[in-house]
Design a protein around this ligand. Structure first.
Ligand code: SF4
Ligand code: SF4
Length: 81
C-alpha cells in the first residue's frame, strides 16, 4: 500500500514568510537571494515561490525588497507587533 505523507511547510524561514496566494512566480526574490534559499515551484496550477533551504536564510530581507507583489513579509516584524 502506498501512503501519501503530508507535505511539510515550505513557505517560511526563521526570518521571512511567503503568502503564496499573492505570488505570481516572477522569480525576482529567487534572483535577489544570494544564499539560494528560494526556488520556484511549477506543478500544474501550482506556480509560486518555494523555500528550498530555510536553514540558509540569514534575514537580509533582499527578497522582501525585490517582491513587488508584497508576497513576502518579515516574521520578526510580524511577531514584534
Ligand atoms: S518576487 Fe514575489 S511574486 Fe515574485 S516569485 Fe518572489 S514572492 Fe512571488
Ligand atoms: S531574507 Fe535574505 S537570505 Fe533569507 S530568503 Fe530572503 S534574500 Fe534569502
Amino acid at each position: 500500500m502506498h501512503l501519501r505523507m503530508p507535505l511539510p511547510r515550505h513557505n517560511q524561514t526563521e526570518f521571512i514568510q511567503i503568502d503564496i496566494r499573492s505570488c505570481i512566480a516572477c522569480g525576482q526574490c529567487v534572483a535577489a537571494c544570494s544564499r539560494n534559499v528560494l526556488g520556484l515551484l511549477s506543478i500544474l496550477r501550482h506556480r509560486h515561490v518555494h523555500v528550498d533551504h530555510p536553514d540558509r536564510c540569514k534575514g537580509c530581507y533582499k527578497c522582501i525588497k525585490a517582491c513587488e507583489q508584497r508576497a513576502i513579509q518579515s516574521r520578526q516584524l510580524k511577531e514584534a507587533v
